[in-house]
Design a binder for this molecule. Structure first.
Ligand code: GLN
Length: 275
């Protein structure tokens, strides 16, 4: 079978399984199976595949159709222009989380030798992106999952920023050795009931009944963790902005507080700057 015919067949299978981005995902699975880049796949459209290659692709498609995310199958996902290794111990980085990185970059561009903390770093997508974009930054990456820290460290090494990042094991901001300029967190914020069937780690998604347990605990533990004029940037879910702004105002009574929308127009980040 030619690559283009296999691609068509895979798209068809993914499509009939109700997978939204069937075209993109079919390409990602074929590129992974055949070790090709996107241009390579296109250039080799008329190449014949052997039966073992077709079989391998079909096994990957079986995994996808049975609910495994394509990023776990291929072991990678792009975030803020870089490729990150991902596995089922970590949340798959989402495009909307890039808003956190953008806001953090805007803030640290005004600070010399900024100190940044990424709380609940997971794959390290935020910490590694910031360390790579801001060479004079010192970054703390905290997680309560050992395999997540291993994954983040691997990503830091691959991007050549391991020496800028200190990895800390522990609960939320507790392990930070001192106050930081910017504290960023994409904590779990999904309602317990809505994430039981997810293939991604519950530890990264489950925010309890109401979804805000982890965010609330973080807000209540900010004392001594921020420098004067320091910032907190929190990713949130749909409909949570008002409550999280209130939590931040209660935790930091002198802070300015605001929100940032994602590309879908949903409030996605709540920020606070201490006075
Ligand atoms: N954005 C993810 C989702 O909606 C949730 C990520 C999180 O809980 N931090 O599935």
């Amino acid at each position: 079978m030619k690559i283009k015919d296999v691609l068509g067949a895979v798209r068809g299978r993914l499509d009939s399984a109700g997978i939204e981005e069937a075209w993109l995902e079919a390409e990602l699975l074929l590129r992974h199976a055949l070790c090709l880049g996107s241009v390579g796949l296109f250039l080799e459209h008329d190449e014949e595949l052997g039966p073992s290659q077709v079989k391998l692709i079909s096994l990957l498609v079986d995994r996808r159709v049975s609910g495994e995310p394509v990023a776990y199958i291929t072991g990678k996902r792009e975030f803020y222009g870089r490729e990150f290794h991902v596995n089922p111990h970590v949340l798959i980085p989402r495009p909307e989380t890039e808003h956190l990185v953008e806001k953090a970059l805007e803030i640290v561009s005004l600070i010399k030798y900024p100190v940044v903390a990424d709380i609940g770093t997971g794959s390290g997508a935020i910490a590694v992106s910031l360390a790579a974009e801001v060479p004079d930054a010192r970054v703390f990456a905290v997680d309560i999952s050992d395999p997540a820290i291993d994954t983040a460290r691997l990503n830091a090494r691959r991007q050549g920023v391991e020496s800028s990042i200190t990895f800390l094991y522990g609960d939320l901001a507790e392990p930070l050795p001192g106050p930081v300029d910017v504290l960023i967190a994409n904590l779990p914020y999904v309602n317990s009931a809505d994430c039981v069937a997810s293939p991604e780690p519950q530890l990264a998604l489950d925010g309890g009944i109401g979804g805000l347990d982890a965010i609330e605990r973080l807000c209540n533990s900010l004392e001594g963790k921020l420098r004067l004029g320091g910032w907190v940037l929190l990713e949130i879910g749909q409909g949570q902005a008002e409550t999280v702004q209130r939590l931040l105002r209660e935790a930091l009574p002198d802070a300015r507080v605001g929100t940032i929308k994602d590309l879908a127009g949903i409030d996605r980040v709540v920020w606070g700057q201490t006075g």
